[in-house]
Design a protein around this ligand. Structure first.
Ligand SMILES: O=C(O)CNC(=O)[C@H](CS)NC(=O)CCC(=O)C(=O)O
Length: 277
């Protein structure tokens, strides 16, 4: 099956981001992809919560989601919108960082709210408090599609291996990790984390990423790492999209999942022990 990763440099302007994303989705359709994936917060990367409150919507009114559903139906392709920032139904003034899986009929068949919030202090000049803006999700999500079983996740989730173990044990053959990884942590950890999740679960990793400079504001800038990846269930990096925005098409073969799992069966071997005390 041919898959396509869309790599974006989303800005604070959702309409501009939609136009850019739509052009790449069309390009992916033209290369024959049947499953097209876009990065985390495809619709908007902005400096302040106030901006997000101005420009983002509840999911039922979100123009980005509506357009991607139409594109999926028109071109008969499945689309994973890595995530959209959408207004939270649960907490007023906050957002959900929500992944949407759309089938070839244009129907949303799975939704996942990012569970692990990126609240970190990487250095004296680089901090993130995702939980100040986004309300975390509480449920792992698996989607059974006609091209395989997909386990959903977003970005910082990748540092919590038990989520992927739970998804793989429940049947996931493809693990999606759309991201907007920081440039500093991306350089240090991105490839290693994604390869590890592929290897320990014997699953394909599809990781479409944000890349480049998203905005500059009051002398502060937001840069992401890029390098959208496809990793095989054996842990090989099959595709690395580098740092330019664009589309990468690649053939995957789900037969590789059972092959990898039969060579090393760690996913199904018992791992029961006591302690540590
Ligand atoms: O804030 C937004 O606009 C959307 N959310 C994100 O971009 C999130 C939170 S800031 N980014 C990550 O989780 C990066 C994780 C990462 O870089 C790591 O684990 O090292």
């Amino acid at each position: 099956m041919k898959v396509a990763l869309v790599q974006l440099t989303s800005t604070p302007d959702p309409h501009a981001n939609l136009l850019a994303c739509e052009a790449f989705v069309i390009e992916a359709v033209e290369c024959g992809a049947k499953f097209i994936l876009t990065p985390e917060v495809s619709n908007c990367i902005a400096a302040s919560k106030a901006t997000l409150l101005d420009v983002l919507h509840f999911e039922q009114n979100d123009p980005f989601l509506a357009r991607m559903k139409t594109l999926a139906e028109t071109h008969e392709v499945s689309i994973l919108i890595g995530s959209l920032g959408v207004k939270s139904e649960a907490v007023e003034g906050k957002f959900a960082n929500r992944s949407f899986l759309i089938d070839r009929m244009g129907k949303v068949v799975a939704k996942y709210d990012k569970i692990h919030m990126f609240d970190v202090d990487i250095s004296e000049t680089e901090s993130y408090r995702e939980s100040a803006t986004y309300e975390r999700g509480t449920k792992a999500v698996l989607a059974k599609t006609d091209f395989g079983i997909v386990g959903l996740s977003v970005c910082y989730d990748v540092r919590f291996p038990h989520l992927y173990r739970a998804l793989a044990q429940a049947g996931a053959e493809i693990l999606t990790v759309p991201a907007a990884f920081a440039q500093t942590t991306g350089q240090a950890h991105w490839h290693a984390l994604l390869r590890a999740r592929a290897i320990e679960n014997g699953a394909y990793i599809l990781a479409p990423a944000q890349t480049g400079l998203h905005y500059t504001k009051d002398g502060k800038e937001r840069r992401t790492y890029g390098h959208s990846l496809v990793v095989s269930p054996w842990g090989e990096v099959l595709v690395d999209a580098g740092v330019e925005p664009g589309v990468t098409c690649f053939d995957i073969d789900l037969g590789e999942v059972s092959k990898a799992r039969s060579r090393v069966a760690s996913l199904t071997q018992s791992s029961v022990f006591e302690g540590p005390q």
